[in-house]
Write a new protein. Structure first.
Length: 241
């Protein structure tokens, strides 16, 4: 696992940074189709209990609840939670640290953690918390960044000599198999994995997201040509070991 941070940050320092990032609504959210794509790979069943760790603006919670799932979210950032409460409602979110979650063991059928575990002070502790809260027959969806994304290699490494970064605190990157091994060493059995290289828009909201993030359009155009192991991110569907 490759880490780009040069010092440790406390949870309160990380929360302050994310409060600043969430001051610009939409800065850390993905397209609507992205959240629907994640949920489609979890084989959701009506009435299941879902926890979204580091829920941000709450888009995944919104779509999960529309599918009949009892979805709740936690985040370290009060600013992020304020945005999510406007979108979804105040009774389904809580301020909490993903490394020390205030829930009983084996409480959830589904746990999601999207683009966040790599920013934890202790990712191993975060993965173990997912394992602790997951029911024996439950599923977890964990979305993690590749240290060898082809576009980053060409655009960032070749052009500047520096590695990739996502302008967030405590950034970590790893290859497809390195993340796989990390999750299994933390007690989560990977049962399926998917590559992610952005998704073509299906709605006006999706199109507007790309307009707001014009650099992603190039990534989208070349996405069909990206080999699996050189993809942007990987989605791991896991069960408890």
């Amino acid at each position: 696992m490759k880490e780009t941070s040069n010092r440790d940050l406390s949870s309160s320092e990380i929360a302050d940074i994310y409060d600043e990032l969430f001051a610009s609504p939409g800065a850390l959210r993905d397209s609507d189709r992205y959240y629907q794509w994640i949920l489609d790979r979890l084989d959701l069943r009506h009435g299941e209990k879902l926890l979204d760790i580091a829920c941000g603006e709450g888009l995944l919670i919104k779509y999960a609840r529309l599918m009949g799932v009892q979805a709740v979210g936690i985040d370290l950032s009060m600013a992020g939670l304020s945005l999510s409460k406007v979108l979804v409602g105040s009774n389904v979110f809580a301020l909490a640290d993903g490394e020390f979650l205030p829930f009983d063991n084996h409480k959830f059928d589904i746990i999601t953690n999207l683009g966040s575990l790599e920013h934890f002070s202790n990712p191993t502790r975060g993965a173990q918390e997912i394992r602790r809260l997951l029911r024996d027959d439950g599923r977890a969806a964990i979305f993690l960044p590749n240290s060898y994304y082809l576009i980053d290699i060409i655009w960032q490494v070749w052009r500047t000599g520096y590695g990739a970064h996502h302008n967030q605190p405590l950034e970590r990157f790893a290859t497809f198999r390195e993340w796989w091994d990390f999750l299994e060493d933390s007690g989560l059995k990977v049962i399926k994995a998917y590559k992610y290289n952005f998704l073509f828009p299906r709605t006006i909201n999706d199109l507007q997201w790309y307009i707001q993030h014009p650099r992603k359009i190039l990534n989208l155009i070349v996405s069909p040509m990206i080999p699996f192991n050189l993809s942007n991110h990987f989605l791991y569907i896991c069960r408890a070991m």
